[in-house]
Design a binder for this molecule. Structure first.
Ligand code: SAH
Length: 361
């Protein structure tokens, strides 16, 4: 079977000639597959949708817009846990321990084709943006990795700063796998992964010098509670780093996304178990309510442009297709939705943002 990206968020899968011939009169030997459904000749059907009329309880900007909460909060948490339980091994096999975008320098830089280097560059650029000190006296000694995947960032930060790192994920498979990798790298004395909810963290107030959330904020159903927890567990003077998917900031006078934009985000929400999105400026406003200092953000969308096409290419490799075929429906749907992410970036709807702040001393 061959797969080709159509450029309109769908894939054309062609059957080998021998298969289509042996089937006699069939609608055609091309399947068109997208994150919303499938077509074979004139036959069409849609994947099940999760739309409901529930509204986002805590979004500042979306309550008056046509933004439906796609799943109840318990359904969302269960979906996130299962999604990562099922897909993490496929990702690790293809991409390694970092489950986040790479940061690519301007055209022609050496990291354009070295995606692991680009993922490390994402971590280093985030630390630099937040002005996390490197010196032995000032560097962070206690770090929390909120939404840690299999602990790629947690181990990196532990080694860089010789820091103790507590890492949390909703996925029991990720926590177990992350602890195995941590032990194999001799880091169990510094890094521990556990299953816990970012919105109700099992940590004392004021514990961590660095609060790190790399591409987990987009999963949080209550952004206010999310940043509230990040600020609560930060120690006085501690830095908070949120790197996350956002929708674009609103234009002057605009209060909602356009219906077509909302439609695209809704499809991505279904595939990746995301609740309603917010903008980088929404995060800034939320952080301001917590009286944090040095609040700033940047749009790094341009710096991550090469990432999704590279992930798509690896999914379409022979090994990628085999892995996907055996990984279950939620992983396959997630892979198909990559095309929607590419589209979202291309039309300027999806923004890859870093937002940082500091808890006052
Ligand atoms: N930060 C990691 C993984 C990003 S994938 C990395 O860069 O490699 C998103 C992660 O967020 C997953 O591990 C998922 O389990 C976690 N997550 C999503 N919602 C969460 C929640 N409410 N509480 C804790 N973790 C959550």
């Amino acid at each position: 079977m061959e797969a080709k990206y159509n450029g309109d968020s769908s894939w054309l899968l062609s059957l080998p000639a021998s298969v289509s011939k042996s089937r006699g009169s069939v609608p055609g030997n091309f399947f068109q597959v997208s994150a919303t459904g499938m077509a074979w000749g004139d036959l069409r059907f849609s994947w099940p949708s999760f739309s409901s009329s529930r509204r986002l309880s805590s979004s500042s900007s979306s309550s008056s817009c046509n933004v439906a909460q796609r799943r109840s909060v318990p359904e969302l948490y269960e979906g996130i846990a299962k999604f990562y339980d099922n897909s993490s091994a496929v990702w690790e096999d293809m991409w390694g321990e970092h489950m986040h975008h790479g940061y690519y320098d301007s055209e022609g830089s050496s990291s354009q084709n070295d995606h692991l280097l680009a993922q490390i560059a994402m971590i280093e650029n985030s630390l630099a943006f937040a002005q996390v000190p490197d010196s032995k006296e000032e560097r962070p000694a206690h770090v929390v990795d909120v939404g840690c995947g299999i602990g790629g960032s947690a181990r990196y930060l532990a080694q860089k700063y010789e820091a103790k790192v507590s890492a949390i994920t909703l996925s029991p498979v990720q926590a177990a796998r992350g602890n195995v990798i941590t032990a194999s790298q001799g880091l169990s004395n510094l890094v521990t992964l556990q299953v816990a909810n970012a919105l109700k963290q099992p940590f004392e107030d004021g514990t961590f010098d660095l609060v790190w959330s790399m591409e987990s904020g987009e999963h949080m159903p209550d952004k206010q509670q999310f940043v509230g927890e990040l600020a609560r567990v930060a120690a006085p003077g501690g830095r908070i780093i949120i790197v996350t998917w956002c929708h674009r900031n609103f234009e002057l006078g605009e209060t909602c996304l356009k219906p077509k934009e909302q439609e695209l985000l809704d499809k991505i929400c279904d595939a990746y178990y995301l609740p309603a999105w917010c903008s980088p400026l929404d995060y800034v406003e939320l952080l301001k309510t917590l009286k944090l200092e040095d609040i700033k953000y940047a749009d790094w969308s341009k710096n991550v442009t090469p990432f999704w096409p590279a992930v798509v290419a690896s999914a379409l490799s022979f090994r990628g297709l085999i892995k996907l075929a055996t990984s279950g429906w939620t992983t396959i749907r997630g892979a198909l939705a990559m095309a929607l992410m590419v589209q979202g970036y291309q039309v300027g709807l999806i923004k890859f943002a870093i937002i940082t702040a500091r808890k006052p001393l």
